[in-house]
Design a protein around this ligand. Structure first.
Ligand code: FES
Length: 125
């Protein structure tokens, strides 16, 4: 029922864990199942130089978060903002329809982490 890519990212998640002193950070909750996802980023020269995720979600959520971190790393903030839940699910060769809601967290958390970074920049002036 899951694609090989989903299984690969689920069994061997990339960029999972904590980050010390992130430049931006966000947590989002999935209204459908109540699961939580957190993404933290480091930014250098307007590019995402490092990224970590943590999730209490299911296997599909782990796979989508892992994939979104891989896709976002090295991208400019503007490029990373173009990533959507749909492009992430497509990069995983799709998700079973009942699991599509699990992919809603990853790109949302990434966008919010970028927002958090921008707000911090503004405050620091
Ligand atoms: Fe909650 Fe998949 S069931 S993220």
């Amino acid at each position: 029922m899951y694609s090989e890519k989903v299984m690969n990212h689920f069994t061997n998640p990339r960029n999972m864990g904590d980050m010390e002193n992130p430049d931006g950070k966000a947590q989002v909750g999935n209204p459908t199942c109540g699961d939580i996802m957190e993404i933290a980023i480091k930014v250098e020269d307007n590019r995402i130089s490092d990224i970590r995720f943590k999730t209490f979600g299911c296997g599909a959520a782990v796979a989508t978060s892992s994939m979104v971190t891989e896709m976002a790393k090295g991208k400019t903030l503007e490029e990373a903002e173009q990533l959507t839940n749909k492009t992430v699910a497509e990069a995983l060769d799709g998700l079973p329809p009942v699991k599509m809601h699990c992919s809603n967290l990853a790109a949302d958390a990434l966008h919010k982490a970028i927002q958090d970074y921008r707000e911090k920049q503004k405050k620091e002036g």
